[in-house]
Write a new protein. Sequence first.
Length: 766
Amino acid sequence: MKKTYFWFYAALLGIGGLPAALSWAAPGPLPQTPVAVSTPAPPVPGEDNPGEAAPQAPQRSAVLSFASIAPAPGNMTLRGTTSDGYAEFGVRRDEVVSGALLNLDVTPSPSLIPGLSQLKIYLNDELMAAVPVTREQLGKKTRLQIPLDPLYITDFNRIHLAFIGHYREVCENPANTTLWMDIGRDSNLTLTYQTLVVKNDLSAFPLPFYDARDSGRLTLPVVFAGAPDTGQQKAAAILSSWFGTRAQWRGQVFPVFYNQLPEQNSIVFATNARRPDFLKAHPPVTAPVIEMRSHPDKPWIKTLVIWGRDDNDLLQAVRGIASGDVLLRGEQVTVDAVKPLQARKPYDAPNWVRTDSPVTFGELKTYEGQLQSVGLQPSSITLNLNLPPDLYLLRSTGIDMDLKYRYTAPPARDSSRMDVNLNDRFLKSFGLYPNSENNHLMVRLPILQGLLDAGANVSIPALRLGAANKLRFDFQYMNPMPGGSTDNCVTYQPVSNKVVLDESSSIDLSHYYHFIAMPDLRVYASAGFPFSRMADLSDTLIVVPAQPRADQVEALLNAVGTIGAQTGTAATSLSLSDNPAEMKGADKDIMIIGTLPPGMKDDSRVNLLLESTRAWVKTPVRQTPGDSVLLPDDDRAAHAQTTMSSDGPMAAIVGFQSPYNDSRSVIALLADSPRGYSLLNNALNDSGKRAAIAGSVAVIREADVQGIRVGDIYYAGHLPWFERLWFALSNHPVLLAILAAISVVLLAWVLWRLLRILSRRRLKGD
């Protein structure tokens, strides 16, 4: 029966041929060590020439650590009341797993009874092994190697570890602290993959170029015939941003090749006049065409070729992918027309919380079952709140949240509760009561620390909200455990508790202004701002070199791809030019890649210049950690300008006010060498390094990334005059106190005069 299932699965994938190494006979014992990568596979029939033997499809091995596939990165501790642990992993559609070995570092409690205590391992709810705890293992770390049957591995897989622990034979308490088993962080899963040859069919696009089941970073090479002109770069940038919307948290990188076909799935841009040598024999096209082809020597490697008569055809083809990928099918399609029906609005990025109306929890969830949990101690329910980074919350009285929830009622009125946390900081608790029917809270999340309204209100500490936020709900149950003596034992059956946040619960951010102090590279690194204000980058102009090197084009694609991942929308309306003069007449935010144009090098607002091996930077009087835009003017003032020359690589990101429009910004991505561009690309694609980008200047070196805030600030956005007045006084508390005192005196004087007038009129009338 298993043999039939796997042949059917292979047929669904459109496999041109299966290697004999993947035997469908009943599996025997699996080896205790991973299968070597160099294990030969027999020939696979060629897809384009079925009668000829194609090169053998390769195998590869991968080690998935529990830190990457388990919910928590640290050790996994299984207890009597929380006895289940999970690890999840996916398998690409163009691969099958031919071998799997689970390596567990296990430390059982020294108080367990050997033989009665055990660990059960399930793969997709199928029992793989039941390992008893022996006397020699008690209190000691032990390495367990459990072979997993690859026939039970599918697209999405879950490993379930079930701990059964006993510390005495009768009248046990599952909450006893001696019941535990620790799964070490060095535990891992070793998999051997067999590559499959799939058909050239765009119906499954974006497979195999991007596979949602692959949790690793997307690496997708982009190929040009030579140094691309601005039209080809723009088309590639739009397509990279679209792939960024799919990759999102995984990350994405787009290596660039000139007239070279890489040894992996890739994207190729070609026109009738400019095409790579390996496509010279292809007949000219008469319209925008999207074609899926096999590598000429390795049929399991696929190439997506974007064809066009000229650059305009390339742009139409990639816009067709960005807006109509569901229409793709067959080996190739022709994009006849792409007609935008409605212009995008500011701050309408799909990945951001809506600010024009209340947004429900159902809109915020990213997968089914996210708003519910089950267990003796249910796991946390978490929601991501990605906010526009320029949301002005300084004088806000609070964020309103309409919270509806259901839960298993505790048997008695006890300390069971729901805890609300924001960005891993505790806010407030709400009790869980038996027979309670009022599970509806109008929760206010004030922004000012210390201002707690009466009733069910929660205080969010000031300035703790950022571009990316995590709202977490923890349900804590007392779970009373009946007990007794060994002669008079009270037994019971544990019942799991269930908790649910209703999808109609909502949070309202519709009454806030958009206003932010700039330059602030932190909001660029975390949310692509100010370019992401318009999700399709319609207010963005990107200036690139006239004859770009491959690493400079890669920096462009990585930068735009990262913004696409942050907004969830392809950059279909961006403007791109290699003529710096176009910046003067454009009412747009500007991104510069390469070097600063000559006209900007002497601008007083530029705080760093990087050319070849020479660089200079301005540094402030005082560098305060935390990147606060509310620093005193004297602390931001430039203290010194230092110039150095060195052969060592360096890159930098510089932000400053546009010299052509006071309400617009310029962000320049600079590097001094090919290695410098490598540092820049690594920083753009590494979430840890992006978190260190801040201030008005970010210096990227081999050792670290350091942000500096220096120079004057300017403001982007709009505030009414009264809010602008309060904002201006927020940095001057003494002046604010003096004005408040003067206001009180004037008000008292006016009231005194008014009372005197009323008194005289009354007396005169008498």
